[in-house]
Design a protein around this ligand. Structure first.
Ligand code: C5P
Length: 230
């Protein structure tokens, strides 16, 4: 039997408002290359992703095509939507024959290949939905809209969710049929269906580059990775 078709979707149509770099975050430079370039190359380097579909704003399609040009036919560019879930849905429509789908934020462009492989392996082993997670080191307070603490959550039971998140393609398609813009990750849509979501260990390198501070941290991490120090 041939191996199932594994496809990665990269929502990269955000404006990057919190990074305030004057351009969409996916095109911001990290060690001389756009975040999108690092993200796509990480996915292809994992050796377990056949095709990558990148969703960007309509006006950035040519720019995205140029960034990933060296990957050739293995990368497709589609137009994203207003919300992250719209962008994921647009990318999903471009690969109707996919059997396993990863959804990976362009902003998590330093995710180690080992995490990508672990997510794919877990889905291929029969888990219909898989999320890489990290333990929470801080104490987490729940606060009211006016800033008063209403609860201290048990951090032992909490995890930070990262990407790539991996899914049996049919389940992800079903989850996106009723997608709410308020849900911030794809596993959340699967949870809303009442389906089980499994976890695998995430990695600090899979941080989501969101603020100028994150970009400084990512430059250091990428430098350490390039020189074999991490
Ligand atoms: O806004 P946030 O940081 O949560 O976005 C996470 C990812 O989703 C980013 O990679 C961003 O480019 C992408 N996104 C998208 N389409 C949108 C909004 C965000 O592809 N409309």
């Amino acid at each position: 039997m041939p191996a199932p078709r594994v496809v990665a979707l990269v929502p990269a149509a955000g404006q990057g408002v919190r990074l305030a770099a004057g351009m969409p975050k996916a095109f911001v430079s990290l060690c001389g290359r756009p975040l999108l370039w690092h993200c796509v190359h990480g996915l292809l380097e994992s050796g377990c992703v056949e095709v990558v579909v990148v969703a960007v704003g309509e006006q950035h399609r040519d720019q995205a095509r140029a960034v990933v040009a060296e990957a050739g036919e293995r990368v497709r560019i589609v137009t994203g939507g207003v919300h992250r879930c719209d962008s994921v849905r647009a990318a999903l429509h471009a690969v109707p024959d996919a059997e396993v789908v990863l959804v990976h934020d362009a902003a998590r462009c330093l995710t180690p290949v080992s995490v990508i492989q672990a997510v794919v392996q877990a889905v291929l082993a029969g888990q219909p939905a898989v999320v890489p997670v990290l333990s929470v080191v801080d104490t987490i307070k729940q606060v009211s809209p006016d800033g008063r603490v209403v609860d201290t959550l048990d951090r032992a039971a909490l995890r930070v969710a990262q990407t790539p998140q991996g899914f049996a393609a049919d389940l992800l398609r079903r989850a996106h049929q009723g997608a709410s813009a308020l849900v911030t990750d794809d596993a959340g849509l699967v949870e809303a269906l009442g389906e089980t979501v499994a976890t695998v260990p995430g990695h600090p390198y899979a941080l989501k580059i969101t603020t100028p501070f994150d970009l400084v941290v990512a430059e250091v991490l990428a430098g350490a990775k390039a020189t074999g120090q991490a």
